[in-house]
Design a protein. Structure first.
Length: 202
């Protein structure tokens, strides 16, 4: 299956949404991020922002947010979201980006926080992508990676395999690219599926 622009446009056109971030959990997460950054973050990048729910939470907290996605349909729905809340929307800029084409040597903006939620598995060139993320963080910045994972030694259904990354393999790469890999939260929904939220600093 090709995870291309048409796939994502069709998915969002059909009314699909990323699972939303719980507001209570978001506040707990932001509390930890403030501790790690050492101050209240001022800027954030929401990678694979979908229809903008996480970008909204960040902007409501006062951050200036760059929300990026490959799907123009998703971005259109995000624009509709922020049109209904102009004070929040004024802090959000939307843009179309293919994250498999980003060049770590050509970074034009830097952020206190960078998020990717439920989309890391769809990044084809993960080492290159992680190097770009590192280069796009300001000093003291944190990369928040929220992803389904596959534990070794268990049978997984086809859906879990499509949306998840092998945990051991993923963490080996993360530790090769980042000096600090913190597991903020992990849980195991369904039969064998897992989900981990990583806080990563260069």
């Amino acid at each position: 299956m090709a995870w291309d622009k048409k796939f994502w446009d069709d998915l969002f056109e059909g009314g699909r949404e990323y699972y939303p971030v719980n507001r209570v959990y978001f506040d707990l997460l932001m509390g930890r991020l403030v501790e790690k950054v050492g101050r209240e973050p001022k800027s954030g990048l929401d990678i694979a922002c979908g229809t903008g729910q996480l970008a909204q939470l960040l902007a409501e907290r006062g951050l200036t947010v760059a929300a990026r996605d490959l799907s123009t349909v998703a971005l259109g729905k995000a624009a509709e979201r922020f049109e209904k809340m102009p004070d929040v929307g004024a802090r959000v800029t939307l843009g179309e980006v293919d994250f498999d084409r980003l060049d770590p040597e050509d970074v034009r903006e830097r952020f206190d926080l960078i998020f990717i939620k439920l989309a890391y598995t769809f990044v084809a060139a993960k080492p290159r992508f992680l190097r770009w993320v590192k280069a796009s963080l300001r000093d003291g910045g944190v990369f928040v990676l929220m992803t389904p994972v596959l534990a070794e030694g268990y049978e997984h259904d086809d859906f879990e395999k499509k949306i998840s990354v092998p945990r051991r393999e993923a963490e080996k790469l993360l530790r090769a690219e980042f000096s600090d890999v913190e597991i903020f939260h992990e849980f195991y929904p369904g039969e064998t599926g897992g989900h981990v939220d990583y806080l990563l600093t260069p």
